[in-house]
Design a protein around this ligand. Structure first.
Ligand SMILES: *Cc1c(COP(=O)(O)O)cnc(C)c1O
Length: 424
């Protein structure tokens, strides 16, 4: 595509954008009493205007039906989570029976590790990308320790080569092969939160399986951002949060994928609770855990209806827009951002893009390594009405999302960035 560094070009792209009306479906945060340019959907997605109604419905049921709301009315709470299955399956490329929405991300990661990190004899190692999100690091550290291993030895981190910022798939696969006999699990981000790099989940899964390891992904930055095909890629398990690209509210609920070949495995260890128990017998309060089939069998507590209701509002928007359409726009929008940043011709000693240049190897986030006055640059952008985010030690992440961001906003961002670079 031939991009141009002009406002007119950006506005023309917006005119032609079939998804442009989705912007009106979200509230825009305000800075200086104006709509801010919000490029932080990778951290907390904006509020869908419809979310309030979905919450109100449940509050109304609670007020009027109280405990009867579990079984009465059109959408009883007892199986409310089922309303989210189809939309969730479409977002991550799974069968409905392979997904469930519950709890929060790190909690679900622990629950998955209980089932899928089963070190035995020589096999006890976990491969993860170096610099993974801290919560994932802590989960792996404490899980390996829980099984009696030294995390420094059991957790194998892969780092980029000297002078590079992202991982090469060949290096990931080589590390899997190098640890073949000792590898229990590969557990990586689907997209790294810091660099925005998309990992080749299909190739990694295949390589992991070839050496007899289990392969799982944390899709916090991938869900609602890129297209996935978890079932066909043969991924063993995955977890993700819903408050980033999936716009389902601060601390919102989380999604879980368990491949169907594991869904009925009675021999997998689980930390169980009543909501994973065979639904027909759940209220008979009997001894002896009998899991539901599929991912639902990993549920522990009864559904958190309010976060689930918000997530439902959001998933309906994703269904309307369609992941394919969103991704098509996203690639254009992010490539336009990249083009405009390159056109600033900033010196590499000042500003460097550390996100992969190949659109297929990134989602909608561009991470800027800022080598001079990074914090000042960030503060200046924020004061100018642009909400981006800052990650220590010196990275500014900019994420134009296809649902509610426009080409014009990307253009304005680069214009202000140019000004800021001059000042900082
Ligand atoms: C955002 C994020 C988390 C956050 O975990 P919560 O349990 O939702 O607080 C964890 N891991 C990754 C990779 C993330 O990007």
């Amino acid at each position: 595509m031939n991009y141009q560094n002009t406002l007119a070009f950006a506005q023309e792209q917006d005119q032609q954008d079939p998804l442009k009306h989705f912007k009106d479906r979200f509230y825009a945060p305000q800075i200086n009493r104006q709509d801010a340019i919000y490029f932080c959907g990778n951290s907390l997605g904006l509020q869908p205007k419809s979310a309030q109604m979905y919450i109100d419905n449940e509050m109304y049921k609670w007020a009027n039906l109280a405990v009867e709301g579990h079984f009465k009315g059109e959408e009883p709470w007892f199986n409310y989570h089922e309303l989210l299955k189809a939309g969730t399956a479409r977002v991550v490329g799974a069968k409905e029976s392979e997904v469930v929405v519950m709890n929060q991300l790190t909690v679900n990661l622990h629950l998955m590790l209980v089932s899928f990190y089963r070190p035995q004899g020589k096999r006890y190692k976990i491969i993860v990308e170096g610099g993974a999100f801290p919560s994932d690091q802590y989960a792996l550290e404490t899980q390996t320790r829980f099984h009696g291993y030294d995390p420094d030895e059991a957790v194998v981190e892969i780092f980029p080569r000297e002078g590079e910022h992202t991982l090469r798939t060949e290096d990931i696969i080589q590390t899997i092969k190098d640890n073949a006999e000792e590898l229990a699990l590969v557990m990586m981000g689907g997209i790294n939160y810091y660099t925005g790099q998309v990992f080749d989940m299909e190739a990694i899964t295949k390589a992991g399986h070839e050496v007899g390891a289990i392969v799982g992904f944390d899709l916090a930055h991938a869900a609602g951002n890129i297209q996935m095909d978890l079932h066909n890629w043969d991924v063993d398990f995955a977890v993700w949060c819903t408050y980033k690209y999936l716009n389902s509210g601060p601390g919102g609920t989380s999604g879980v994928f368990v491949h169907e070949r594991h869904g009925n495995s009675a021999d997998l260890h689980r930390f169980a609770g009543w909501w994973g128990h065979n639904a027909e017998e759940r209220f008979q309060m009997k001894k002896g855990f009998m899991p539901m089939a599929g991912a639902e069998g990993w549920q522990v507590s009864n559904g958190q209806i309010l976060p689930l209701a918000v997530h439902r509002a959001s998933l309906e928007i994703f269904d309307e827009a369609g992941m394919d359409n969103l991704r098509a726009k996203s690639e254009k929008l992010t490539s336009y951002l990249e083009y405009l940043i390159d056109d600033l011709k900033a010196d590499k000693s000042v500003l460097e893009v550390i996100t992969p240049r190949d659109p297929k190897a990134r989602g909608c986030q561009i991470s800027l390594l800022v080598k001079q006055n990074a914090r000042q640059l960030f503060d200046t952008l924020m004061a100018a009405g642009i909400i981006v985010d800052y990650r220590e030690p010196n990275v500014i992440r900019v994420a134009p999302t296809p649902l509610y961001n426009s080409f014009e906003e990307v253009y304005q961002f680069s214009d202000i960035l140019r000004e800021c670079l001059r000042k900082c």
